[in-house]
Design a protein around this ligand. Structure first.
Ligand code: 6PG
Length: 218
């Protein structure tokens, strides 16, 4: 599998560049339809990218933002991805965007189908080759990847991590533009391993890696 990996001299440059690309792609979606859907990961990697993206001069009022996945924890927990978005993305100009919850308050009444396809999808990846919360070894993985999977799936990650809610395989795969944002030697190695493995079940990042721009810095 041939990958489109962009290597950056350092993380700051990567975060700025990815934020700029995301903003440009949102702008072009806004120009063509007046609205745009952005999906972003949580975890420890994307915070600095959000710090840059939140200042972009866009019609944020037309942008719907959802998480690619959420940990089933209270919204006040430091492990809440929604908390990360509140603190790092929905500030500055991006505060005008619409947050679409996939877990917790308001999620029960949300239908994400009208927001699809995702115009701009940013994903993270774990060293175990999971992306969003599509974890290798999770009992729900095959169902979450099935072509008839619902948009949102519950996932029980192996290894005692808290349960998750994740966008499903078809929703992620259907995105118009996909970026994967990763740092460090371990994830770079995991990426190379995933490219050689035969099956998405073993390496869920394979779902998107061929079509994605993969951004990497040490
Ligand atoms: C989460 C994420 C998840 C993340 C990877 C990488 O809630 O954990 O959305 O999919 O992108 O686990 O996480 P780090 O950036 O913390 O390494």
């Amino acid at each position: 599998m041939k990958l489109n990996v962009v290597e950056y001299p350092d993380r700051d440059m990567m975060m700025m560049d990815v934020a700029q690309q995301v903003a440009e792609e949102l702008e072009s979606a806004l120009l063509s339809t007046g609205t745009a859907t952005l999906a972003v990961p949580g975890g420890s990697t994307p915070g600095p990218m959000f710090d840059d993206l939140c200042a972009a001069d866009l019609n944020w009022a037309g942008v719907s933002v959802l998480l690619t996945d959420e940990r089933c924890v209270p919204a006040t927990s430091n492990r809440s991805n929604a908390k990360l978005l509140r603190e790092r993305l929905f500030v500055n100009r991006a505060a005008a965007a619409t947050y679409v919850p996939i877990y917790g308050d308001g999620a029960d009444t949300v239908d994400i189908k009208p927001l699809l396809p995702i115009d701009v999808l940013v994903l993270g990846m774990g060293a175990d080759m999971h992306t969003a919360s599509l974890f290798p070894g999770a009992v729900e993985l095959a169902g979450a990847l099935a072509s008839d999977a619902p948009s949102l799936v519950q996932v029980t990650p192996p290894g005692g991590l808290e349960p998750r809610v994740s966008l499903s395989g078809p929703v992620l795969k259907g995105a118009i533009s996909t970026h994967v944002l990763i740092t460090g030697a371990e994830k770079r190695e995991a990426l190379e391993t995933a490219a050689k493995l035969p099956d998405i079940i073993l390496a869920p990042i394979r779902l998107v890696m061929q079509d994605a721009t993969i951004h990497w810095a040490e």
